[in-house]
Design a protein around this ligand. Structure first.
Ligand code: WTA
Length: 649
């Protein structure tokens, strides 16, 4: 079997979506991209129409497409909480809005009416504590229903939420609250992690000490149910709801460009950056992609397994599905507790229609073995999605076969915290799939692959992935043109462009294959190898579950490929496996790419959002002090890897 430069198998045909899927898809018109082109930018009114506007917008895009400022849905006013909650109550008040699956097996069900009541009561409570439109409210909670309730309560008041991932430290919380000058905090007493209770309130209290400004009010949700000491200006969530029982708060109409929330990037390559998303453009883009790409219907049960602390959780656990009035599943636990079929149990129990997860999770499922999904009835599934990293073709095939039963299309969705919503993906009801390739730019999205001079690269040649037209979900800094000028790569050779920082190729059909972050590309004696290309060939070797490659120092070539490999369960990391890996890379890519060293490790170092941290592996290989490890989920693995590397001859 041969690979093209994308690590895609050349002899594998493109896979057409099943007719049964196409027949029911929200979007199945093969002409949809051309139709969007003809009408651009007014085509995006299709997204605007998915929302209720308190005041209709005058122009889809004001200011033209040539350079910032760009203003989407100019003149329009709306409220996100009204769009995600109130308007569904009339039609389907008893439909489940949020289905919560707790860590200890407990469940909670919020209908749209339940959600409406609690969002209103909590908005009333926040208002009584002094929260007003434009204030930044920090939310520091695990995956519990009070988190989306608090987000929607903020949105109702026109306040800007700032969700900080619950697993972050007190210092990280203080940093994110400090930078946003956030004077309000909603947190919880604690929560269970790997069977043990963690003290979240303690971390929140410590963060407050590290702040330069006063926190006006802290609300504490009781997750553990123990008695919590509430200090000065600290309030219990349940007490507040009781005090505001039956209260209603009119949604505050916001301008389309007003901020809905801020969020920090995950920081695989640098310091986390604050990104602000707008109310109108963001919500329209998220709703449209949830409908066209994730094919969400109001009657569906939909599950995105991302943590709400990341952009994927904001856009596709909370805002997208709720804007469309569907049932969104919220899962507090981990995929392997109490058993490795927990995810499949939840899908069976809730008859989940659409499942959206990350390659890192799929690689873990694959490593554990297909007997776990096989134990459960997954026939309710109609569509599968992935996001967050390139997905190796072999992993794609596994997902398609063992989870989707070769019946469900897989959408490989490329986007970023900065883009707010999906940008590149197949439309599952209209496009053929090519495993390992995300697909074409979505209708109305301008995505290109260019060389260092901004010229489009020929098919199959790697280059920089750039977005050369404004899009509705663009963040405030890009829309106004007032942010990131120093910290972000910009190129203006050919008009306005946003350089995404990813390396990619595009094929004759316009399918984009993302190779990885530009910083992750390895240069061996002048030849550039993508981490995706190399890792895909290694993952194809029987017995390999996951691989990460990096560029290490080498005496002769200057730079050499180092491979870190996590074998499948039951497969020893021995010389035989090493030899097969080397042979495969030589054959698939070339002798120059043959790894200088193959290091076996039970796990790869990953960020808390599941991305492989190649930067740290590089530090180990080059015998340099480890860089910032604060974003790591499994820091203990570094010591293990270091000790193995030192033993290498
Ligand atoms: C990577 C997550 C390949 C990419 C929504 C991007 C992907 C970064 C894909 C953004 C995909 C995301 N294929 N790579 N389908 N989706 N990425 O900000 O490098 O956490 O720039 O947003 O993830 O990560 P972020």
């Amino acid at each position: 079997m041969d690979h093209d430069v994308n690590g895609r198998l050349l002899d594998r045909p493109a896979i057409e979506p099943p007719e049964s899927f196409v027949a029911q898809a929200n979007v199945s018109d093969p002409d949809v991209r051309a139709a969007f082109e003809r009408e651009w930018p007014d085509c995006w009114a299709q997204a605007g129409r998915l929302l209720d506007w308190e005041r209709p917008y005058d122009e889809t895009l004001a200011g033209g497409a040539a350079e910032p400022p760009f203003e989407w849905f100019a003149g329009g006013r709306l409220n996100a909480s009204h769009n995600c909650v109130d308007r569904h109550v009339d039609e389907r008040k008893n439909q489940v809005a949020v289905q919560w699956e707790g860590r200890l097996g407990e469940t909670r069900t919020y209908t749209y009416l339940d959600l409406y009541r609690e969002v209103n009561e909590f908005a009333a409570a926040l208002r009584s504590l002094g929260v007003a439109a434009g204030d930044v409210v920090t939310l520091y909670m695990p995956m519990i229903p009070e988190l989306p309730v608090a987000m929607l309560a903020c949105a109702r008041l026109g306040a800007v939420h700032n969700v900080v991932f619950a697993g972050f430290s007190a210092e990280a919380l203080a940093n994110r609250m400090g930078r946003a000058e956030s004077r309000f905090l909603v947190t919880c007493d604690g929560y269970y992690r790997r069977g043990a209770a963690t003290n979240q309130k303690n971390k929140a209290d410590n963060a407050r000490i590290g702040l330069d400004h006063e926190v006006e009010a802290t609300v504490v949700v009781s997750r553990l149910g123990d008695e919590t000491h509430l200090g000065d200006r600290q309030y219990g969530y349940v007490d507040l709801l009781a005090a505001h029982e039956g209260d209603r708060v009119d949604p505050v109409a916001r301008r389309a460009a007003d901020p809905l929330f801020l969020i920090y990037t995950s920081g695989t390559t640098g310091a986390p950056k604050a990104v602000t998303h707008t109310t109108g453009g963001y919500l329209a883009h998220v709703a449209w992609t949830a409908r066209a790409v994730l094919d969400i219907k109001p009657e569906d049960t939909y599950w995105c397994s991302a943590d709400i602390g990341w952009i994927t959780g904001h856009s596709y656990v909370v805002y997208g599905p709720l804007a469309l009035g569907t049932t969104t599943v919220l899962y507090e636990g981990t995929a392997d507790h109490p058993e490795r079929d927990r995810v499949w149990q939840i899908i069976e129990r809730n008859a989940v229609d659409v499942f959206y997860t990350a390659p890192t999770a799929i690689r873990a499922f694959m490593k554990w073995g297909s007997e776990y999904p096989a134990r459960n009835d997954l026939s309710s599934l109609r569509l599968l999605g992935t996001v967050g990293e390139p997905i190796n073709p072999r992993v794609w095939e596994w997902y398609y076969t063992h989870i989707g039963g070769e019946r469900c299309p897989v959408v490989d969705t490329w986007w970023q915290t900065e883009t707010g919503a999906i940008m590149v993906s197949t439309l599952p009801g209209a496009d053929a799939m090519k495993p390992g390739s995300a697909g074409m730019a979505l209708p109305g999205i301008g995505a290109r692959v260019v060389d260092g001079d901004g010229r489009p690269t020929p098919p199959g040649e790697p280059g920089y992935l750039v977005l050369d037209r404004p899009w509705p979900g663009m963040p405030t800094a890009l829309a106004t043109g007032e942010g990131w000028a120093d910290s972000h790569p910009w190129r203006s050779a050919d008009g306005w462009q946003y350089v995404a920082g990813d390396e990619a190729t595009v094929d004759e059909d316009g399918y984009v294959t993302v190779l990885g972050r530009v910083d992750d590309v390895i240069n061996v004696a002048g030849r550039r190898f993508s981490t995706m290309e190399l890792e895909s060939s290694i993952v194809e070797v029987a017995g390999v579950a996951e691989a990460a490659v990096i560029g290490g120092d080498d005496r002769s070539t200057g730079r050499a490929v180092y491979a870190y490999v996590s074998p499948e369960r039951d497969c020893p990391g021995d010389d035989d496996l090493r030899a097969r890996i080397e042979a495969r890379v030589r054959e698939a890519i070339g002798p120059m790419a043959t790894p200088e060293a193959v290091v076996f490790t039970p796990e790869l170092p990953k960020t808390r959002s599941g991305k492989i941290m190649r930067r740290l592996l590089e530090d180990i290989a080059n015998d340099e002090p480890l860089g910032d490890t604060s974003a790591l989920r499994n820091p203990e693995i570094l010591g293990e890897i270091e000790s193995v590397v030192r033993e290498e001859p």
